[in-house]
Design a protein around this ligand. Structure first.
Ligand code: MIC
Ligand code: SF4
Length: 648
C-alpha cells in the first residue's frame, strides 16, 4: 500500500538522478520557470552567455513587477531588454502593470503537480495550487531554462496538519505567523512543508497561496498544498480547468515531522520589528499608534483580500493620522475591484491606490516617517527595507491592517462592530491576457535591445592556489540578503554591477569611515582575498544573486558562518565564492574584522569535507581554524573553476 506525501509524489515524477533518501543529492526536471525584472536581467544575460538559443522548459515567463518607478532611464532600459530577449528565447513576457509575478502566475499559469523554479524567493506561492514551486538564484533559473535539471538535497518533509476552521477576523496569514513562531526563520534549510488535514478544505486557493508564500520566511525549500476540488474550482474560474489534476497524500503517508495547527485556536498576530519570526498577538499590541498602513505584496493582494479590505472600509474613512496605500497584486485583481465597486469604496475611504506591482514591499516609495509605526500586509520587515533607517515595520493580515487604518492604532478588528465579511472566490475571474506577450515560434530574427545601462554578467577568476584572506566584515545572526545588497533606491542598478557593488553592506557602514566596498576593494587591490564572517542563517531572505555577484566583484572569495541559507549558498557557489561553516561554533567569537585567514593548497583543500585554516589575528596571535566544507562534487567543480559561467 503506497504511503507517499504529495511532495514525494512530485519529486518521484521529476527526479532525474539520485535516490529518495533524506539529505542525499538529487536532481529534478523543471517544467516551468519564472523570473522578475530585478533578478531577470542578470538571469537572461546569463542564459545568453550560456549560448542558449531557445528555452527548453514547458513554459517560462518573464515578469516586470519590481522596478517600475522609472526614476531615470534604467528601469525602462531593463524592460526593453527583457521584452526583446523573451521574444528571442521563447519566453512569455508579462508587461509592467500586469501584476506581481507570483499572483499572476497563480492566476494564469500555475499547474498542480508541476515543478516551477523562479528567480524570486517567494516562488513557493505556487504551492497554493499544488505546485512544487522553488525559489533560486537567477543563474540556476537560467540553467533550468537551458534544459538542465535543478540540483538539491532530498528534503526532510514537515507535515502541517490543519484542523478546524479560522475564526472571524483571523486570517490565513495567521497560519504563517503561527508557523514562524513554531519553526522560526532559521534552521529549516533542506526542509519542505506540506499541508494536510480537514482544515485545508476551509482555505481557498488565494488563502493557501498566502500561507505557501511565507514558506520563504521559514527558509524552507517549498510549501505545498494538495490539489483538490477547491483547486479545481479556482482553475475553472480562471478558465483553466483542464490544467487541474487531483493530488493528495496517501492516507498513511509518513512525514518526517508533524506540526498540528487547529485553525480555531489561532488569533490575529503580527510580525514585529525587525524579523518575520518576531511574533506577537495583535491583542498584545493593542493601543500602539500607527502612522501608515500598506496593503498588497505577493502575500496579500488577491481579489479576496482587497475585497475584504474594501468591505471593512466601506462607508468609513481612514484615520486622520494614517496614510493608507493599496497595491493590487494583478491587473485582474484591480479590474475586478473596479467592476465590483470595491475600488470606489477604497477610494472613498481615502486609500491611495498604487500600481499593480511590488512597490513599497521592496522599498519603491512610501517610506514611513522616522519614529513612526508602519503596518503592512507584506512578508518581510528586515531593518531598513522600507527605505527608512530604524523603521518599525509590523506585518499583519489584511483584516488587521484594515482595522488599523480605521482606528489609527492596533485594535481588535472585532471592535469595528460589523459582521466579518466572508468573501468567496468568484465563479468566473475576469480573464484578459492582453498584457502578456507570447513569443514568436521562431525568435532568431528578434533584435535584442541593449541600452547603455545593460551590462554583462561579470566572471570570477578560478580558485587560487592559496587563500590569502582578510576578514572585511563580521556580521551577526540572520544577516539577510537585504543587508548584503540593499534594494530600495539602489534597485535600479541591478543590471550594472560596478555601480550596484558600491552599496554592498551599506547598512553596516559607519559615517566618515571607509565603506565595505572601499575596504573590500583595497584588500582585493593589495592582492589578497576578502572574507565575510557571518553567524546563524547567513543570507536569509531574497534570492538576489547580486548578494554573491557584487561581493565577488569586490574580491570576496570566502564566506564563513555558522549556517548559510540554501538559496544564498547556491548563489555563492555559482559565482565562485567558497561557502564554509564553523566546525566549532565558538570560533565565531575568536574572529574579528582585519584578521588574516590563510589556507595553503586551497584547491586541494576544497576537495575535502574539512579544511584547516591558519588565522593570524590583528594582535599577532595565531590559531588553527577548522572549517566544514559540505559541498557536492559538482559544487567543488564549480568552485574550482571560479563559478558556473566558467564551466563549459
Ligand atoms: C524580495 O522580496 O526581497 C525580492 C525583491 O522579491 C527578492 C528578489 C530580488 O531581490 O530581486 C526575492 O524575494 O527573491
Ligand atoms: Fe515583490 Fe515583495 Fe513579493 Fe518580493 S516579497 S516578490 S518584493 S511583492
Amino acid at each position: 500500500m503506497a504511503k507517499n506525501t504529495v511532495i514525494q509524489k512530485i519529486l518521484a515524477a521529476h527526479m532525474t538522478s539520485g535516490n529518495p533518501v533524506r539529505g542525499e543529492r538529487m536532481a529534478i526536471r523543471i517544467d516551468q520557470t519564472l523570473t522578475q525584472d530585478a533578478t531577470g536581467t542578470m538571469a537572461y544575460l546569463e542564459l545568453e552567455a550560456m549560448g542558449a538559443s531557445r528555452v527548453k522548459t514547458e513554459l517560462s515567463v518573464s515578469y516586470v513587477d519590481h522596478n517600475m518607478m522609472q526614476n531615470g532611464p534604467e528601469n525602462r532600459n531593463d524592460h526593453l531588454y527583457l521584452q526583446s530577449v523573451a521574444a528571442s528565447k521563447g519566453v512569455v513576457f508579462s508587461r509592467p502593470g500586469n501584476g506581481i509575478c507570483h499572483q499572476v502566475h497563480l492566476e494564469r499559469f500555475g499547474v498542480p503537480g508541476k515543478t516551477l523554479l523562479g528567480s524570486d524567493s517567494h516562488t513557493p506561492t505556487g504551492g497554493g495550487i499544488g505546485m512544487m514551486a522553488i525559489g533560486a538564484g537567477g543563474l540556476d533559473v537560467a540553467l533550468a531554462m537551458a534544459g538542465q535539471p535543478f540540483r538539491l538535497a532530498y528534503p526532510e518533509i514537515i507535515g502541517v496538519k490543519l484542523t478546524g476552521k479560522l475564526r472571524p477576523w483571523t486570517a490565513a496569514k495567521d497560519i504563517s505567523f503561527k508557523l514562524l513562531e513554531i519553526l522560526t526563520s532559521k534552521g529549516n534549510v533542506g526542509c519542505m512543508v506540506e499541508f494536510f488535514g480537514e482544515g485545508v478544505k476551509q482555505l481557498s486557493v488565494p488563502q493557501r497561496a498566502t500561507v505557501a508564500n511565507m514558506g520563504a520566511e521559514l527558509g524552507v525549500t517549498c510549501t505545498v498544498f494538495p490539489s483538490d476540488e477547491i483547486t479545481r474550482a479556482f482553475l475553472k474560474a480562471q478558465g483553466r480547468e483542464e490544467a487541474w489534476i487531483p493530488l493528495q497524500a496517501d492516507p498513511d503517508a509518513e512525514y518526517d515531522r508533524v506540526i498540528d495547527i487547529p485553525l480555531d485556536s489561532l488569533e490575529p498576530m503580527a510580525s514585529c520589528p525587525s524579523s518575520p519570526d518576531n511574533i506577537k498577538t495583535t491583542a498584545e499590541l493593542a493601543g500602539l499608534k500607527v502612522g501608515q498602513v500598506i496593503i498588497g505584496s505577493c502575500t496579500n493582494s488577491s481579489f479576496r483580500d482587497l475585497s475584504l479590505v474594501a468591505a471593512v472600509l466601506k462607508g468609513r474613512h481612514v484615520h486622520p493620522d494614517v496614510t493608507l496605500a493599496i497595491a493590487p497584486g494583478s491587473r485582474q485583481v484591480l479590474e475586478m475591484l473596479a467592476r465590483s465597486g470595491a475600488l470606489a469604496d477604497l477610494i472613498a475611504a481615502g486609500a491611495r491606490i498604487l500600481e499593480c506591482g511590488c512597490g513599497p514591499c521592496i522599498g519603491q516609495g512610501q517610506s514611513p516617517a522616522n519614529g513612526t509605526v508602519t503596518v503592512r500586509t507584506f512578508n518581510r520587515n528586515f531593518p531598513g527595507r522600507t527605505g527608512t533607517k530604524g523603521d518599525q515595520s509590523y506585518l499583519v493580515s489584511p483584516e488587521t491592517a484594515a482595522a488599523a487604518a480605521v482606528f489609527g492604532e492596533f485594535r481588535s478588528a472585532a471592535e469595528l462592530g460589523m459582521d466579518y465579511p466572508v468573501i468567496s472566490d468568484p465563479e468566473h475571474f475576469l480573464i484578459d491576457d492582453s498584457m502578456t506577450i507570447r513569443p514568436p515560434a521562431d525568435g532568431s530574427a528578434v533584435e535584442i535591445i541593449r541600452k547603455p545601462t545593460i551590462g554583462t554578467p561579470p566572471l570570477n577568476t578560478p580558485l587560487p592556489e592559496e587563500l590569502l584572506g582578510e576578514v572585511v566584515i563580521k556580521t551577526g545572526d540572520k544577516t539577510s540578503t537585504d543587508d548584503i545588497m540593499p534594494a530600495g533606491i539602489h534597485l535600479k542598478h541591478r543590471s550594472n554591477i560596478p555601480e550596484y557593488a558600491k552599496v554592498v553592506f551599506e547598512r553596516f557602514n559607519e559615517p566618515g569611515a571607509p565603506t565595505f566596498a572601499q575596504r573590500a576593494a583595497a584588500v582585493r587591490d593589495a592582492g589578497r582575498h576578502g572574507v565575510i564572517i557571518g553567524r546563524d542563517s547567513y543570507g536569509q531572505g531574497s534570492s538576489r544573486e547580486h548578494a554573491a555577484i557584487c561581493p565577488m566583484y569586490l574580491g570576496v572569495k570566502m564566506v564563513v558562518a555558522m549556517a548559510i541559507e540554501r538559496i544564498h549558498a547556491a548563489n555563492l557557489i555559482n559565482f565562485g565564492i567558497l561557502p564554509l561553516t564553523f566546525a566549532d561554533r565558538n570560533d565565531y567569537d575568536r574572529l574579528d574584522r582585519g584578521d588574516s585567514i590563510r589556507i595553503p593548497a586551497l584547491r586541494e583543500a576544497v576537495m575535502k569535507d574539512e579544511i584547516t585554516a591558519q588565522v593570524t589575528r590583528k594582535d599577532g596571535s595565531k590559531f588553527d581554524l577548522v572549517l566544514k566544507c559540505s559541498l557536492s562534487d559538482e559544487d567543488r567543480r564549480i568552485i574550482l573553476a571560479g563559478g558556473r559561467l566558467n564551466l563549459k
